[in-house]
Design a protein around this ligand. Sequence first.
Ligand code: PHE
Length: 350
Amino acid sequence: MTNSDAHPLVARLDALVSQAASAVAAAVDLDSLHAVEIELTGKRSVLVEAKKQLGGFDPDERREVGQRVNVVRSAVAELVESRRAELAAMERRRQLDADRLDLTEREPVRAGHLHLVTQARDHLEDVFVGMGFTVAEGPEVETDFYNFEALNLPASHPARGMWDTFYVELGEPGTVLLRTHTSPVQIRVMEATEPPIYSIMPGRVYRRDTADATHTPVFHQIEGLVIDKGISFADLAGTLDAFTRAYFGRQVQSRLRPSYFPFTEPSAEYDISCVFCGGAGCRSCGGTGWLELGGCGMVHPNVFAAVGYDPEVWTGFAFGFGIDRMTAQRSGVDDLRDLFTNDVRFLEQF
Ligand code: PHE
């Protein structure tokens, strides 16, 4: 664009563009680019100097030089901006590289293993699957209907107090909750399938308990449900006894004691002979010779009504017990909280 009759300032301005291109390209980081930018466009730059002189020029000169100042200024600004974007991207990449963990330096890599409770749950599932059961799961956030209502626990039923419930702030107050037991999965399985049913339902459950050596507000249960024609209480006792021997060993016995649950009738507590003293009585079983595992009973007709099964045709039983307490006992863990505080020194022992 240089032209011999042009004003000498125009030549200097044109030269500035190529100087700017190499100076900007030579800036290696945002700070040095900033310094270059000041040199090119700051108070002592040719651009500002040319602008100052405009006032003393005649109109033609002023137009020529003035236009050139504008063209050069935006050319320089464009160079600086595109280099700035480039440098910012480079800096970001450098930052990311610096933040990346070099895992190859950590040696030797230690392999973890399944949590004690997961191991127990897997083992329980294996034993029941071996007995012909299928495994079903359900949501941990439940509605009042599945957790209580359909299980023959209508609103204000006094037995609701057996389960201290965490409610979720969703919908109408008191309608959405963290399931207090795995029994709502019974209802879901019955709704989804026609009998016969031979299913177990393991999972996490929640109760408003203060954590201590024998309670945690989150724990695990495994539920069992059998529905078929002609199922009797003897089938329930026989199934639990077969399970007890398969899981705990031939020498361990089971017994049922009368109890109460709204969703079963009759209901029973399921105990096993103490795995530590063989039934003689020791500290672990409080001298009774028995360990309490959970509850069971024959499915209540009102539960069948809630899912639309004909109680004249189908009968069945259900049982449910806690996995954590049983596992802790078996492994000699005397404080349930240790299962969930995730101290690797504790967990790696099992
Ligand atoms: N859901 C009961 C509880 O958590 C246990 C249970 C399950 C009892 C099935 C009977 C039948 O206490």
